[in-house]
Design a protein. Structure first.
Length: 398
């Protein structure tokens, strides 16, 4: 098992704290495995197996749990009154009104609660209100490039990057050495996500149209799009669809963590813009399975990789607008901001590529970090206070 130390360390730090630990993220990104690793840690540090209650609501073993009262009663019946209890519930969103059971169990001060969910609405307004101030959310993603490299024997970072963006970064994908087997695995994941997690949960009946919108979105990662634009393009291509249906489908994709939405941010006006957005896919293996590798999309893929890494590092990520220029990413968190330009190569001297990328950042009149990331093999340099760095070195924290 790959030890996801970034996430594992959070659980260790919050062990026995009077807070519910909520781990969210796309299915198969490693949430259940994280629980298994953490439970091993507990057992190695004085916790007895009888103190651990584990429930995976996708397992038929727990099919008798049909509602939140069944969930509450099962947990309550298995609590040890004279010891600390460690409760793990996988895919908790399967049970309607699960938050009522969780909130009631939380009242027992001898229970440390950990739950996972594969839906962004897990922390909906109702749950957030009910558990206000009583939970932390750990947002989990598939493997980072650094984690991916630590789990392979491939030393050449460029060779590994090609595999990373083709096979994808779901942890189990590391068990496959050839592309055909990896594609078969990814196809099953994709169909399960579309049919079981999205169609069933959202009450969508038109599988073909849903997949058409997914394909359009995956084909346009890193491009500014709107629901209106998608509807018009698909309709003109012989797949008539209305804007409200597109909006519903895009919402379903983001709720299931298939896609992430990056809204635009006006850097000078310091305000969020509500028109067109960009979308990024949570795992590039899913995109490769649907679209294959296309000539000319390496820059878009690189942008997707960097977006996800910024999310892993705890940033809220926006697409920047500076007058009439675009800054690929404005990444914001409590400790500050970072401005990022992404460029596959800076070696195209005929188009003054480096100067073009620098110009957007030069216009920003503050002292936050500004960086240009490229796939060019080059030492890190400093251009008038703007860092220029190889992306793979940045991903590996070099």
């Amino acid at each position: 098992m790959i030890e996801r130390n970034e996430y594992l360390d959070v659980l260790k730090r919050f062990k026995d704290k009077d807070l519910i630990k909520v781990i969210t993220g796309i299915k198969w990104c490693g949430k259940s495995t994280l629980f298994e690793i953490y439970k091993e840690y507990l057992l190695e540090n004085g916790v007895d197996n009888s103190q651990i209650i584990s429930i995976n609501l996708e397992d038929l073993k727990y099919s008798f749990i049909e509602n939140y009262m069944d969930l509450y009663n099962y947990i309550n019946d298995n609590l040890k009154s004279d010891k600390k209890n460690y409760l793990f519930i996988d895919e908790v969103q399967i049970i309607k009104y699960f938050e009522k059971a969780v909130d009631s169990i939380y009242l027992n001060k001898n229970v440390d609660i950990y739950i996972t969910g594969s839906n962004a609405n897990l922390l909906s307004s109702e749950l957030a209100t009910l558990l206000s101030g009583r939970y932390i959310e750990v947002k989990m993603l598939p493997l980072s490039f650094k984690e991916y490299k630590s789990a392979t024997n491939i030393e050449d970072s460029e060779e590994l990057y090609k595999k990373y963006i083709s096979f994808g970064s779901f942890p189990y994908i590391l068990n496959f050495d050839n592309e055909d087997d990896a594609s078969l695995y990814i196809s099953n994941l994709y169909n399960d996500l579309i049919i079981k997690d999205i169609m069933t949960r959202k009450g969508i009946s038109d599988e073909a149209m849903l997949k058409s919108v997914a394909t359009f979105a995956l084909d346009n990662i890193s491009n500014l799009v709107s629901s209106n634009n998608i509807a018009n393009t698909m309709t003109s291509n012989g797949r008539p669809i209305n804007v409200k249906t597109v909006e519903k489908y895009l919402e379903a994709f983001t709720e299931a963590f298939l896609l992430y939405k990056a809204s635009r941010y006006d850097i000078k006006g310091k305000q969020y813009l509500k028109t067109i957005d960009k979308y990024y896919v949570s795992d590039l293996g899913l995109r490769y399975f649907i679209l294959g590798r296309k000539i000319g999309d390496r820059g878009y893929i690189l942008e997707n990789v960097i977006y996800l890494e910024l999310k892993r590092r705890g940033y809220d990520v926006y697409v920047g607008k500076m007058d009439d220029l675009e800054v690929d990413f404005v990444a914001i968190k409590d400790t500050g901001k970072i401005y990022v330009q992404v460029c596959e190569t800076l070696k195209d001297n005929t188009n003054n590529t480096l100067q073009r990328e620098l110009n957007s950042l030069r216009k920003i009149n503050d002292n936050y970090e500004k960086i240009i990331l490229t796939l060019d093999k080059m030492p890190t340099s400093n251009e008038e206070g703007i860092i220029v760095k190889n992306t793979l070195d940045w991903l590996l924290d070099k």
